[in-house]
Ligand binder design. Structure first.
Ligand code: NAP
Length: 289
């Protein structure tokens, strides 16, 4: 199969590496010629260019640029595509993208491979990134079944676990387990920086160990990803932040009131609930989304 990938960074490059290993011919398009060269040298693509029209003979195109560029690039690409070409994207937010692109290209199906790292760019692309991770496909009632079937088949070939849900349900679910943690973790770092005594803050930095490394990891990652989550999934991020503030307020009041039994009950409930969220989670160093 001829597969096009626009945006040869972490996700686009990693898809290219896996698809080539499975015998597909991969055509990449990216912004910089230096990235084209790196993608060819690293084995992520068979052909690389900065020109979208080079993708005209592909069977499916994966849009793997930052979210804010996906719509504009799709509109530039569409005039070059054959009507049978399936268009998909890998953006971490689905509602805003799926509504717009489905209107422009009936053969569009949204997707979100839920794998990542704290670094970005072609240099950190790797094979097997999507194996045993969720790959969420977000068709609408109008999405042609063959487009969904093709994306499902390709995602399963990456050994990903494929889920299907509406764009709205996707955005609400990922707000809880991906976007809220980024905001909370980022605010944790910000709160630590508010320590007014320099000597205390420096000591805290020296004392910080695995607990702080775990809890600050997603909030201290690449700022662009968090910004895109807040901007493109604003409503669901605000909903989850409100629920988090309510939970924090409840815990604060119990501690203020020295209600230790109530504090213990909250902590016990959360201790029991955590395994349901992390039983299929990847190792700590590899996940952001
Ligand atoms: P990334 O490593 O920064 O890759 C994005 C690539 O897009 C860059 O390498 C850049 O290539 C290219 N690009 C920028 N502007 C372009 C343009 N005008 N035309 C063509 N290519 C352009 O970012 P990423 O982590 O792979 O994220 C890409 C997408 O994946 C985002 O939509 C994100 O929501 C989604 N996603 C990310 C993760 C994650 O954890 N990182 C997980 C799941 C989904 P040049 O080097 O040529 O400038």
């Amino acid at each position: 199969m001829k597969i096009g990938i626009v945006g040869l960074g972490l996700i686009g490059g990693s898809l290219g590496l896996d698809f080539r290993q499975r015998g597909h011919e991969v055509w990449g398009v990216t912004r910089r010629t230096t990235t084209c060269e790196a993608a060819i040298a690293g084995g992520a693509v068979d052909h690389a260019s900065t020109e979208l029209q080079t993708l005209k003979a592909t069977d499916i195109v994966f849009l793997c640029t930052p979210i804010h560029l996906i719509e504009a690039i799709a509109l530039e690409l569409i005039p070059h595509l054959s009507p049978t070409t399936v268009l998909t994207d890998v953006g971490s937010v689905k509602g805003a993208i799926v509504d717009t692109l489905s209107a422009h290209w009936p053969n569009f199906v949204g997707g979100h491979p839920m794998a990542g790292k704290s670094e970005v760019g072609i240099a950190v692309a790797e094979t097997g990134l999507f194996a045993q991770r969720a790959y969420v496909i977000t068709p609408t009632e109008q999405t042609p079944p063959p487009a969904v079937a093709l994306l499902t088949e390709l995602a399963e070939s990456l050994q990903a676990q494929v889920f299907s849900c509406s764009p709205a349900v996707h955005d609400r679910a990922v707000a809880w387990i991906s976007h809220l943690p980024v905001m909370v973790s980022s605010s944790l770092i910000q709160a630590c920086l508010s320590e007014p005594d320099d000597a205390v803050r420096q000591l805290a930095q020296q004392f910080a160990s695995s607990g702080f490394r775990d809890t600050s990891r997603v909030g201290g990652g690449h700022p662009e990803l968090g910004l895109m989550m807040a901007r493109y999934n604003r409503e669901e991020v605000l909903r989850s932040l409100q629920a988090y503030q309510d939970a924090l307020q409840q815990l604060t009041e119990r501690i203020q009131g020295a209600e230790w039994e109530a504090v213990a009950e909250i902590l016990s409930t959360n201790y029991a609930a955590r395994p349901d969220f992390i039983q299929s989670a990847p190792a700590p160093d590899t996940a952001t989304s």
